[in-house]
Design a protein. Structure first.
Length: 153
C-alpha cells in the first residue's frame, strides 16, 4: 500500500528542516530526499508582495490527488506539499514540496511532477502588489508552465 501524502494549505510560514525531518522519520527505506521551496520573487525590486487566494477544500483535494499520483507513479516513500495563502512578501516562502524515495531519480521526478501540476491545476490565484503601492493583475499560468505539465501526460 502506498503512503498517504502530507498536504497543508496554510497562512503561516513553514520550516524546511522541520518538514524534512518529519517526512524522513515517517518513511523507512529512504535513500533520497528532494526538496523544492518556491519563493516570492521580487522582480528586480519592483514587487513588494503577492496576494494568494485559494478555493478551500478544493485546493487540498487537488494537491492530494496530484501528490498521490506522484507517489504511485514514481514509487515514492513519502511526499509533503505545503502551499501558503494570504499576503506573502518578496523572498518569503510560498510552496514546499518534499519527495522521498529509495533512489534519487524517483525523488527528483516526483517533486518535479507535483510542482508542474500545482502551477497549473491547483486552484490558487496570485495578485501582484508593487513597491510603488500599486496593485497589478491576477497572474495567469504561463505557457511554459503548461508545457512542463504536459510532458508528464
Amino acid at each position: 500500500m502506498s503512503p498517504a501524502p502530507t498536504i497543508r494549505v496554510q497562512r503561516e510560514d513553514f520550516d524546511l528542516q522541520t518538514e524534512v525531518d518529519r517526512l524522513a522519520k515517517a518513511a523507512p527505506g529512504v535513500g533520497a530526499i528532494v526538496t523544492f521551496s518556491g519563493l516570492c520573487r521580487d522582480e528586480g525590486g519592483t514587487l513588494a508582495a503577492l496576494e494568494l487566494e485559494h478555493y478551500p477544500g478544493m485546493a487540498e483535494a487537488e494537491m492530494t490527488r496530484v501528490a498521490t499520483l506522484a507517489i504511485e507513479r514514481f514509487g515514492l516513500l513519502g511526499l509533503t506539499a505545503i502551499h501558503r495563502f494570504g499576503r506573502i512578501s518578496a523572498k518569503e516562502n510560498i510552496v514546499l514540496v518534499i519527495a522521498c524515495a529509495p533512489h534519487r531519480q524517483a525523488a527528483f521526478d516526483g517533486a518535479n511532477f507535483v510542482m508542474d501540476f500545482l502551477k497549473t491545476s491547483a486552484p490558487f490565484w496570485k495578485k501582484e502588489h508593487f513597491t510603488d503601492g500599486s496593485a497589478g493583475d491576477w497572474v495567469s499560468a504561463k505557457d511554459a508552465d503548461e508545457k512542463a505539465r504536459d510532458k508528464w501526460k
